[in-house]
Design a protein around this ligand. Structure first.
Ligand SMILES: Nc1nc2c(c(=O)[nH]1)N[C@H]1C(S)=C(S)[C@@H](COP(=O)(O)O)O[C@H]1N2
Ligand SMILES: [Mo]
Length: 366
């Protein structure tokens, strides 16, 4: 790293072949959040990260139908306005892409190059799925329920609608919701308008956008997004384990002011209040946050969360001394799960919850 005061970054050193045009294209379509919005309990809708595999289908909310199909005793269809008339639930839920942190791995997967920014918290409004499942009444031999989105595309030569599955037990235990509003407004097209699934406490891939079909299956779901990907694998041959609950993680609001190109931070000497967010899966609580200054850890203060599935705020007072420093944060949840220092390696780059490191240059007052 180069000191932005004494040795400002000139032209970026090109790293030919590291990220190619296809990856840059993905990064331009799938925006990350602005880390400065970590200062807020709720991420402004326009700053919520986005991950869309194919194209955003442009759907008409007046014509949208959700079909309950397959091995249900009483299959039915509902319109969006019928869903909106069902009992309403609003809750803040933190959503994170399981590929968040992928660039921190080496060797890294050729894919969407997330650094830290694929996370956000919204006030989601909708209705619980469980009562509708009961109404549709799955047959006794139902093994799983699949959820299909209107978007269609090709991956590894396989054409498919984005689809995922959950067991009946998971639907009950995870408080799965059908969502039609985000932060008090109708869902934006890119976030799944007019209807999406929300699986609180799990990584984002389970929260199927543009939802139009729920099917009861008497055999395990074999959709591409369930079987071919979103599995923790050590090698191509490895069958792997499904990616499910969010791993414990934390981030800080970038302190001070940025050096525009490197985004290293510039701070004046003295007391700096560092703030951030910490979250984990399954509605578990964050038990502890530590703040690291050049590798030495101090306990930071938790400032609370506004919902079971929402991230927790934290803050720490840092006495910034002139020079160059590496700041880090590390969360531990109530189950004792703690963020690793080194990224846990995965073939596709899923679930990297290693501690964030931020380069800070402190300017002396003198
Ligand atoms: N139909 C559909 N649903 C989807 C996806 C998709 O590509 N198509 N992407 C998933 C992934 S990987 C994530 S992380 C979240 C992202 O939700 P957001 O774009 O609203 O932030 O949506 C999930 N639901
Ligand atoms: Mo994702």
């Amino acid at each position: 790293m180069s000191n932005p005061f004494t040795n400002p970054t000139k032209k970026p050193i090109t790293e030919d072949g590291v990220y190619d045009n296809a990856e840059r294209g993905l990064a331009n379509r799938n925006s990350g959040t602005l880390l400065e919005t970590l200062a807020l309990d709720i991420t402004p809708s326009g700053a919520h990260y986005l991950l869309t595999h194919f194209d955003t289908p442009i759907l008409d909310s007046n014509k949208h139908l959700l079909k309950f199909d397959g091995a249900f005793k009483d299959p039915f269809e509902v319109t969006l306005s019928e869903i909106c008339n069902l009992p309403k639930t609003t809750m803040p839920v933190t959503l994170e892409c399981s590929g968040n942190g992928r660039t921190g791995l080496s060797p890294r997967r050729y894919s969407m190059p997330w650094e830290y920014e694929a996370v956000g918290t919204s006030e989601w409004t909708g209705t619980l799925l469980a009562p509708l499942m009961a109404q549709a009444n799955p047959n006794k031999d139902t093994v799983e329920i699949s959820f299909t989105g209107a978007d269609y595309g090709y991956d590894a030569g396989v054409g498919h609608h984005f689809g995922r599955s959950l067991t009946l037990e998971q639907i009950l235990n995870l408080e799965v919701l059908l969502i039609y509003e985000m932060n008090g407004q109708p869902l934006l097209p890119q976030h799944g308008a007019p209807l999406r699934l929300l699986v609180p406490g799990w990584y984002g891939m389970a929260s199927v956008k543009w939802l139009n079909k729920i099917e009861a299956l008497t055999e395990q779901f074999t959709g591409f997004q369930q079987i071919q990907t979103y599995r923790f694998r050590k090698s191509v041959e490895d069958e792997g384990l499904p990616v499910t609950q969010i791993r414990v993680k934390s981030l800080m609001v970038p302190p001070g002011a940025p050096d525009w190109l490197s985004r290293d931070r510039c701070v004046d000497e003295g007391t700096v209040i560092i703030k951030g967010r910490a979250w984990t899966g399954m509605g578990h609580k964050i038990a502890k946050i530590e703040f690291g200054i050049n590798g030495a850890w101090e306990e930071a203060q938790l400032t609370g969360r506004n919902g079971k599935y929402a991230w927790t705020g934290w803050k720490h007072e840092w006495k910034a001394e002139p020079g160059q420093h590496i700041l880090q944060c590390r969360a531990t949840d109530e189950t004792g799960e703690i963020q690793p220092i080194k990224p846990p390696w995965d073939l596709a780059g899923f679930g990297n919850n290693a501690v964030q490191s931020v380069n800070v240059f402190v300017k002396s007052r003198g």
